[in-house]
Design a protein around this ligand. Structure first.
Ligand code: KG4
Ligand code: ZN
Length: 360
């Protein structure tokens, strides 16, 4: 088997705009598979969401998530191949998320990918989920402008349920972390905040919807700042929300819960945009990108677009479906990483914590 993998890895040394990659993503509560051509063109994407399954618990239950992944993984993969109109023999590479994420969930995707790699004689590459989020910006979507690869250094704000990172990209595959969260991630703060306001799960989209009707200046929440650092901290803001709701309830202002949601969301967005702006100026970046589920937020997208005018630097973000977890981004990251580094060994591991790069 090792010989077979090594031989196929040699065949991967020259990138082909035609080569087809199957991506598999199971790091949290989405079972996803996608087929990409040349690491950029989406031929198919399938996402089986477990949202309803976890909604009654108010958050993801790891054991429930991994069990559901095992039930649907082969169906999702078959569906991705079928929608792309390709057979196993058309594929040149398998890419799978190996971390960070829930270990039981990751194990389902990685075990399935290893089995497919052995059974179908395909090279396999393990992908860092966070690199997948970054690479979502370089995927071609009909009607959307992808990020320009030549505009380096670029800065990417990754804001998801588990991470809030400011990533400096010197070239594809070359990253440095300029700032990260010291406690809660932005998405985690939104999810917990939504629970406090009784808006349900997942909290980010619920707050996004509720905030549309509210006044973002109704409640004066703090904009947490760590002096001399590009790091984030959202736990104090979450505590401020809990105190506000305990003291005043969620309907203290004319706009009711919509006002509280809009004000809380604005505090998070202001904090994300402030640090992104500071990093962009400090590192003279030529392009700003956004990634992760929170990058689907309408207020954040509007404020970042405004930043484009203020800084005179292009700001790009993927369409919402490429911001939240999906396998197209994993196939894209896997395609380029395989050509840089060759495929992974079949005894590769899974990692609940897997930093994308060093924090400078
Ligand atoms: O990237 P993602 O799908 O999964 C992780 O890797 O964590 O991000 C999920 C996070 C959740 O916290 C969810 O509430 C948040 O992204 N999210 C949003 C929106 N859509 C998803 N947050 C704000 N506004 C949205 N529209
Ligand atoms: Zn994610």
């Amino acid at each position: 088997m090792n010989n077979q993998v090594e031989e196929t890895s040699r065949a991967l040394t020259s990138p082909s705009p035609e080569s087809l990659t199957l991506g598999i993503e199971t790091s949290c509560d989405e079972t996803a598979a996608a087929v990409l051509r040349g690491g950029r063109e989406v031929r198919s994407t399938v996402v089986a969401s477990q949202e309803e399954l976890h909604a009654r618990f108010g958050g993801v239950v790891p054991e429930v998530a991994s069990r559901r992944h095992t039930e649907v993984i082969t169906i999702v993969v078959d569906e991705a191949l079928s929608r792309a109109g390709v057979n196993w023999s058309d594929l040149e590479l398998l890419a799978v998320t190996q971390g960070p994420g829930l270990i039981g969930s990751l194990l389902v995707g990685v075990s399935a990918a290893k089995a497919y790699a052995i059974g179908r004689g395909l090279p396999l590459i393990g992908v860092n989920h966070l690199e997948g989020h970054v690479m979502a910006n370089f995927v071609h979507c009909p009607g959307e402008q992808p990020a320009a690869e030549e505009l380096m250094p670029s800065l990417c704000l990754i804001a998801s349920g588990g991470h809030t990172d400011l990533v400096l990209i010197s070239a594809l595959g070359e990253y440095q972390i300029l700032g990260w969260t010291r406690d809660d991630a932005a998405g985690e703060a939104l999810d917990k905040g939504a629970r406090v306001m009784g808006l349900g799960y997942p909290g980010g989209p619920a707050i996004d919807r509720a905030a549309c009707e509210g006044n973002p200046a109704a409640v004066d929440f703090p904009r947490p700042l760590i002096e001399g650092s590009l790091d984030f901290s959202f736990s104090g803001l979450k505590t401020a929300l809990i105190r506000h709701v305990q003291t005043h309830g969620v309907s203290s202002t004319a706009g009711g819960v919509a006002d509280v949601a809009a004000s809380f969301q604005q505090a998070i967005v202001d904090t994300l945009v402030r640090n992104t702006r500071q990093a962009a100026e400090q590192y003279h970046v030529r392009q700003i990108l956004m990634a992760g589920g929170v990058a689907a937020n309408s207020c954040l997208r509007a404020e970042m677009s405004h930043l484009e005018q203020v800084l005179g630097v292009p700001v790009r973000y993927p369409p919402p479906w490429l911001c939240t977890d999906n396998a197209a981004m994993i196939a894209a990251a896997g395609h380029f990483a395989a050509f840089r580094n060759g495929p992974s060994s079949l005894d590769m591991d899974t990692y609940s914590a897997l930093p994308l790069a060093e924090h400078v």
